[in-house]
Design a protein around this ligand. Structure first.
Ligand SMILES: [Cu+2]
Length: 579
């Protein structure tokens, strides 16, 4: 059983236990004896089953189980201790066990809320709030049902509840000392890159574009979606003038996966101000990394990219031989892009397919009709990639895979989520059952460049209630906090830095660090044994624990965020900062 399914199972059991106790309490209050006993027995079993799931999760990693061990387990024990013996003695009036059963239900529900609304790390404040909630609800039930013991005991419980509530709130709110992410700061990298040799102008504007045979309202660079393909040769100096005609929310250009100097990174409020309608901004950087990349707006990026403000950036080593095709996959107003394209390729010609996922969720790619190799991921060449046949690849949001093959005499076709996107002729292939490549075991190994790390950070990804803003929101959180309250990670130039990224949530988080490529060390305690993988985008699935490392060699203030852009905007963004 994977940690992800264990997390899901534990959640389901917790819901069942809470529901069972509460239902049992309600049934006994209504004097429905058989129903009350059945529900209580069921709830007791579910509560005991949680001992198994919580223990298993704690063995996988403390991040997955902390609040369950510290808060849910004691509350569950209290629930069983209070409700169990009374059930056994409930020979007389079944209504006498209503409050104990309800207490058990409140205890389970309260622990469940801690997991759903707060998560990791567990804190004394949250624990006290949970206890306060249980006591208050129990006291109210006592009063409502007129059960013994009434006045004194229920008042005492209410008093303890209020005290716990006040203390808990104090503890939860107190550490709100803003970590002071220095947004809107000025960072001068001092690099000069020389005279441009490749010049482009991108004008962002609202537009109507054709997609899937219909007119679609979009936000577009130069009136097209995707925007123009920017190409350069290694050594070029690229200059891109960004103009904003009428995108009211502002526009920037972020060079996804391209480790440009910080001032050119295009993150509004961090490396520059958003370009407003009528304004322009000039980006200039040296093309010193070959490979497949893309650009997109980073201003209200969730909406902006979805509406069409993105395009391809390719830097090639030398003039191209053979066929070199870019396949930027995107979903525009429900229409899957690009439109299918067929072009015959002569047998024996080398072909490179540059697959780019510009959506916020994972896509599945399958190349049928030929053996192929994955020659690069995220712009970095793989070491010793071996031929693959009838194998699919999963590309995370923001990620890129280069597939290479020699054109056979028979047609080949690339399928994305089962849809033929590019082909050299008619191909019918059922690709859905193909195995999926695990890049961590693909290609030839070579030594890890570091044996020790100067800095180590752990990022625990989850969901939680964020009360810091004007409106409460159910945020996507890192270590229990949401942007802008997540403390920045501070490194020094030259540090070897290790990140451990843990996903406690029920959804995939494609992680993306700006300005650096991280080397994958391990996933779920299994070391990467294939080609070194230098990635800028990787899927951290529910229950996953990834260890990645990088050299702090590009000074500045860098966004470090989930590339499901809706998650990034809903709190899952922090910053890497050089001291
Ligand atoms: Cu995410």
């Amino acid at each position: 059983m994977t940690t992800g399914s264990l997390l899901a199972a534990d959640l389901v059991i917790a819901v069942l236990a809470a529901g069972g106790w509460l239902g049992g309490g309600a049934a006994s209050a209504a004097r429905r004896r058989p129903l009350a006993l059945a529900l209580a027995a069921f709830a007791l079993l579910a509560t005991l089953a949680r001992a198994v799931t919580i223990t298993a999760l704690a063995r996988t990693g403390w991040w997955f189980a902390a609040e369950k061990v510290l808060i849910a387990a004691p509350l569950s024990l209290a629930a069983v201790a209070v409700a169990g013996p009374r059930l056994l003695r409930a020979a007389g009036d079944i209504r006498s066990v209503a409050v104990p059963l309800l207490f058990a239900g409140y205890a389970q529900s309260s622990a469940l809320l801690v997991t759903l609304l707060h998560g990791y790390p567990a804190s004394a404040g949250v624990g006290l709030l949970a206890v306060a909630g249980v006591l208050a609800a129990t006291a109210v039930s006592w009063l409502a049902l007129g059960a013994r013991p009434s006045r004194t005991v229920s008042r005492a419980a209410l008093g303890v509840a209020v005290a716990a509530l006040v203390t808990g709130t104090g503890l939860v709110v107190a550490p709100a000392a803003a970590p002071g992410v220095p947004h809107d700061h000025e960072y001068l990298d001092g690099r000069t890159v020389g005279e441009p040799t490749r010049r482009f102008t991108l004008t962002a504007a609202t537009a109507t574009v054709r997609a899937g045979g219909r007119d679609v309202a979009a936000w577009a660079f130069n009136a097209q979606v995707p925007g123009p393909e920017l190409t350069a040769t290694i050594g070029d100096v690229i200059e891109v003038t960004l103009r904003n005609r009428d995108i009211a929310k502002g526009v920037t250009l972020h060079w996804h996966g391209y480790d440009v100097p910080n001032s050119q990174d295009g993150v509004p409020g961090v490396t520059q101000a958003a370009v407003r309608p009528g304004q322009e901004f000039v980006y200039r950087f040296r093309a010193d990394q070959v490979g497949t990349y893309w650009y997109h707006t980073h201003s209200v990026s969730d909406v902006g990219v979805r509406m069409g403000l993105y395009g391809v950036l390719v830097v090639r080593p030398t003039p191209v031989t053979g066929v070199d095709v870019t396949v930027p996959v995107h979903t525009l107003a429900g229409v899957a892009l690009p439109e299918p394209r067929t072009e015959p390729v002569e047998a024996g010609v080398p072909v490179r397919l540059r697959l780019i996922n510009t959506d916020s969720t994972t896509h599945r790619y399958a190349l049928a009709g030929t053996p192929f190799r994955v020659s690069a991921i995220d712009g970095s060449d793989l070491h010793g990639p071996t031929p693959l046949v009838d194998t699919a690849v999963l590309i995370p949001a923001g990620g890129r895979y280069d597939l290479v093959f020699t054109a056979p005499a028979t047609p080949v076709a690339l399928f994305v989520d089962g849809r033929a996107v590019y082909s050299t002729g008619p191909v019918s292939a059922a690709t859905s059952a193909w195995p999926v490549l695990d890049p961590l075991t693909y290609g030839g190994a070579s030594a890890v460049p570091w044996s020790r790390f100067d800095r180590e950070f752990t990022l625990v990804l989850d969901r939680g209630l964020d009360l810091r803003g004007l409106l409460p929101r159910y945020a996507h959180t890192v270590n229990g906090a949401a942007d802008p309250d997540i403390p920045p990670q501070v490194v020094r130039l030259g540090d070897a830095v290790k990140f451990t990224i843990v996903n406690r949530s029920q959804i995939v988080h494609p992680w993306h660090l700006h300005g650096h490529h991280v080397l994958v060390l391990s996933r779920n305690d299994r070391r990467a044994t294939g080609s070194p993988l230098w990635w800028d985008s990787f899927d951290v699935r529910p229950g996953d624990v990834w260890e990645v490392a990088f050299r702090a060699d590009n000074p500045g203030m860098w966004a470090n965020h989930c590339h499901n852009l809706a998650h990034a905007e809903a709190g899952m963004t922090l910053h890497l900062m050089y001291s």
